[in-house]
Design a protein around this ligand. Structure first.
Ligand code: GDP
Length: 483
């Protein structure tokens, strides 16, 4: 791994653990997952420190996971209860382990957001989070919890059913509510399927009600499918809010801290990150990230999107304006002009080609040198193809290492990048009628991801009014975010 020339592993490890404020567990083998220790050499220290309550909650979560995780007696007992008679069980004595299973849905950004949400829920409810890894999660991330595994064992009794869990399934919680399926105090289902999507039904959204949580609490196994960042909705459950305020006195740091805690790219992905960083970004005085996601069909290069990017970056003084060719307008020409590196990520390579040409053909008015770099241009989304997903993850991390970031409206890829980076991005508005919007972009209120299509239920209508730190998103008025 190419890093700093005189790299001292011991110092880097020590400094990383200090800069993360005790967030990360220490007892890991460094060689097997370099990113865990080496991020601090690329990343400026985060100004956001985790609270001592969060740090101790994570340590106690790790103990819980060790006690209940795969291959433990507790896990074996819990899976046995999913056996033949898996419809109802009598109430357990409360000592048994309870679990929440995360499953991968939609693209990488959606997956990362839903996983942080599931983990936030696990912390709130003292459940153990296990991940369905039949896709390529092990090619992307290292194990986050020491001395145990977060991977759902392949002989998990419900494995064959996971794919069939949907809104019509008899164990779908929303469907059970809709059908007035008996939900009484003496019997409890051994498992429930929880459906949290942008288009979930009102009955599914009842998951976010206090009284429904009181019932769900006793269900040993939950399997969640989601494409959303629904942590903001958890803040609107009153008893959860009380706990969350203690864990996150700075409300808008939930994703930032938990993503740093959970996600450690594998050595292969980290190699991609460091090679790009050292080759193209490390020498720049300032690095600007540009994440360009085009949602229109067909997707591709559009002049109005290019105009919007130029207009936003110049108006917000992120990139310099250009002088006319051969003119004497250029200011501040010094022997060592300031170097700005622009990291572009997009499925389409044409945007960075165009930008590179712009700064090649004409000098910048400020005399700054602008260097444009795009690591990949995959053209089409190929989720679940190993190297495609690894490149996507590497680019999300590279974006998170920039000094200033421009992202595209309602893109979860961009949300993850700015949340990880602790950055308040400039968000490009959605173009309408093939025209660059005016204004082209808006500065985000906070670094938190937006919960696109907030699953606000009737029971939360009151809480949202009295929770000033949950606001409607800048780029999506039907979404909510923590600020
Ligand atoms: P969203 O669709 O923008 O919300 O983001 P997702 O990450 O959920 O899904 C988009 C997927 O398309 C990504 O996971 C990648 O597989 C691919 N993709 C989109 N934009 C980029 C990009 O800038 N770089 C790379 N390498 N892949 C991208």
């Amino acid at each position: 791994l190419l890093l700093l020339p005189s790299y001292n592993i011991f110092n880097s490890q020590k400094s990383h653990l200090t800069t993360t404020g005790g967030l990360l567990a220490t007892d890991f083998d460094e060689e097997s997952c370099m990113s865990r220790y080496h991020q601090s050499s690329l990343r400026k220290p985060s100004p956001y420190k985790p609270s001592t309550t969060l740090v101790s909650k994570l340590r106690s979560y790790e103990m819980l996971h060790k006690r209940c995780g795969p291959n433990t007696d507790a896990y074996k007992r819990a899976t046995k209860r999913l056996g033949y008679n898996n419809d109802v069980i009598t109430n357990s004595n409360g000592d048994e382990c309870r679990y929440v299973v995360w499953t991968p849905m939609f693209g990488l950004g959606n997956r990362i957001l839903s996983m942080v949400s599931v983990f936030t829920y696990a912390l709130m409810t003292d459940r153990v989070m296990l991940v369905d890894h039949r896709n390529d999660i092990t090619d992307l991330f290292c194990e986050p919890f020491p001395g145990t595994s977060w991977l759902l064992p392949s002989d998990f009794p419900l494995t064959d059913q996971i794919d069939s869990f949907n809104r019509t399934h008899s164990h779908c919680y929303g469907t059970m509510l809709k059908n007035h399926h008996a939900v009484n105090s003496t019997t409890t289902p051994s498992h429930l399927y929880i459906d949290i999507f942008h288009d979930s039904r009102d009955h599914d959204k009842m998951f976010f009600c206090e009284e429904n949580q009181a019932f769900i609490k006793n269900v040993p196994w939950l399997v969640v499918k989601s494409n959303l960042y629904y942590a903001p909705s958890l803040w609107l459950i009153p008893s959860f809010q009380t706990k969350l305020i203690n864990l996150f006195p700075q409300r808008d740091t939930v994703f930032h801290h938990l993503s740093h805690y959970l996600f450690h790219p594998t050595n292969q992905v980290w190699g991609m990150v460091t090679r790009s960083y050292n080759a193209y970004l490390s020498r720049a005085d300032e690095v600007i990230g540009l994440q360009i996601r085009v949602f229109s069909t067909p997707s591709g290069y559009f002049q109005h999107v290019m105009d919007q990017i130029v207009s936003c970056t110049q108006r917000e003084k992120l990139l310099p304006e250009l002088a006319t060719t051969g003119s004497s307008q250029v200011m501040n020409i010094t022997k060592t002009p300031k170097l700005k590196a622009v990291l572009v990520t997009s499925l389409h390579p044409e945007y960075s080609d165009e930008l590179r040409n712009m700064f090649l053909e004409r000098p910048s008015l400020t005399g700054e040198i602008v260097e444009v770099y795009q690591p990949s241009g995959e053209r089409i989304q190929q989720t679940d193809k190993k190297v495609h997903d690894q490149k996507a993850l590497a680019e999300i991390y590279l974006l998170s290492l920039t000094d200033k970031l421009v992202t595209s409206t309602r893109s979860t890829f961009g949300y993850v990048a700015h949340g990880l980076g602790g950055l308040k991005p400039w968000i490009l508005y959605e173009p309408r009628h093939q025209k660059a919007p005016d204004p082209p972009c808006v500065r985000a209120m906070s670094m938190e991801p937006c919960s696109l299509k907030a699953p606000i239920s009737v029971c939360q209508a009151e809480t949202i009014k009295t929770t000033p730190f949950v606001k409607y998103c800048e780029d999506r008025i039907t979404g909510i975010k923590l600020v």
